[in-house]
Design a protein around this ligand. Structure first.
Ligand code: OGA
Ligand code: NI
Length: 365
């Protein structure tokens, strides 16, 4: 289904605004029943003021099953596709991943049921809008640790079993894609897995519910940001809303049933010394349908220190220069080393704002 950008230009003054509701006391699902939009939900930089690309260039689609192909050519071609997708888009679709469709549907339904629980039952589990947000997003969301420690809400009763099964299967797919990305960078297949200790890596379920919005042009589901970590795998009910920044414009990403939308995170940008970049994306809302998306971010182990891979840099201070001098000058480390846990803490204390967190550890900016 196509994403639902409303037509016509938005009014410059949000005429349907009211004083803000008490913060953190309610969900956007409840606010969506009001006949107007509280002003704290109206974005200063409204999503439809920026042009959306009419590019016909499709987002890359990669057949995951070819990674296991017994034809070495098919595997190496797939690795090349990963490299191209990471360089050109930072986002790609993954098909034939082996996670059963019924499991993908079950986790979406389990999250929908979770969001439908009475508000008292979600409190303490569901994170509403963080206090650092100045403007609130038109979404309810919950983030649940899946690995290295598994957590689950107790309700709905089926949630635990479905989440456990889903997150295990998705983690296998993610680690295999990360092996492919590692090879595509010219590193050992297991370089990222081992260096960032993915055996103990972080995995979350981040479920988002975007209720229909009376004035979708005034609100923002999720403002532009890049994801922390290594690789996020996202599914959604078949309602569009995700937009990805590509060649300076926003591109609507239409869901493909039964596939994952994958994107690389800030820690691939750091590890690859900027060869691959994490990409800004955002979610816009519509006035018709409830949209549910489930993002599963995968990160390093919390105590892993992430820095540019030594093979991808030539640091005059730490490596013996075996390469021509010109290359040495071209590849100094562009990012400082930082523990993943500290990066997350830094991000949590910052407003969700583009790639501001990554900028803070970039050298020379
Ligand atoms: C996220 C995210 C996009 C979406 O949760 O980090 O980018 O479509 N979600 O909900
Ligand atoms: Ni994201």
């Amino acid at each position: 289904m196509a994403t639902t950008a409303p037509t016509g230009s938005p009014p410059s003054q949000p005429s349907l605004t009211h004083p803000p509701p008490p913060r953190k006391l309610t969900t956007v699902k409840a606010i969506a029943r009001l006949s107007s939009i509280p002003s704290i939900y109206t974005f200063p930089k409204q999503p439809y003021h920026e042009p959306v690309s009419d590019t016909k260039e499709p987002i890359p689609t990669i057949d995951f099953s070819l990674l296991a192909s017994s034809h070495p050519d098919e595997r190496s071609e797939t690795i090349r596709e990963f490299g191209k997708a990471c360089r050109d888009w930072g986002f790609f679709m993954v098909t034939n991943h082996g996670v059963p469709e019924r499991m993908m549907k079950a986790i979406i339904e389990a999250c929908r049921e979770f969001f439908e629980l009475p508000e008292e039952e979600k409190r303490g589990i569901s994170i509403f809008n963080e206090s650092v947000d100045e403007i609130l997003c038109w979404r309810d969301y919950v983030k649940i640790f899946q690995h290295p420690e598994f957590h689950s809400p107790n309700k709905p009763p089926s949630f635990r079993e479905i989440a456990l099964e889903y997150s295990k299967r998705v983690r296998l797919v993610a680690r295999e894609i990360i092996r492919g990305i590692s090879e595509s960078l010219g590193l050992e297949k297991d370089y990222i897995d081992e260096t960032l200790n993915l055996k103990n890596g972080l995995q979350l379920i981040a479920a988002n519910l975007y209720p229909p919005c009376l004035r979708p042009e005034l609100a923002m589901g999720l403002p532009p940001h890049s994801d922390h970590g290594i690789l996020t795998l996202l599914i959604q009910n078949q309602i569009g809303g995700l937009q990805v920044q590509h060649k300076g414009k926003w591109v609507n990403i239409d869901p493909i049933p039964n596939s994952f939308l994958a994107n690389i995170g800030d820690h691939i940008e750091i590890l690859s010394n900027g060869k691959y970049k994490s990409v800004l994306h955002r979610a816009v809302v519509n006035n018709r349908d409830v949209r549910i998306s489930i993002a599963v971010p995968h990160g390093p182990a919390l105590d892993a220190i992430v820095s540019p891979a030594s093979k991808l840099i030539c640091d005059p201070e730490t490596t013996v220069p075996t390469r021509p001098k010109i290359e040495l000058l071209q590849n100094p480390p562009a990012y400082g080393a930082m523990k993943y846990k500290e990066y997350l803490e830094l991000q949590q204390g910052t407003m969700l704002n583009g790639k501001s967190c990554l900028e803070r550890i970039r050298k020379g900016v």
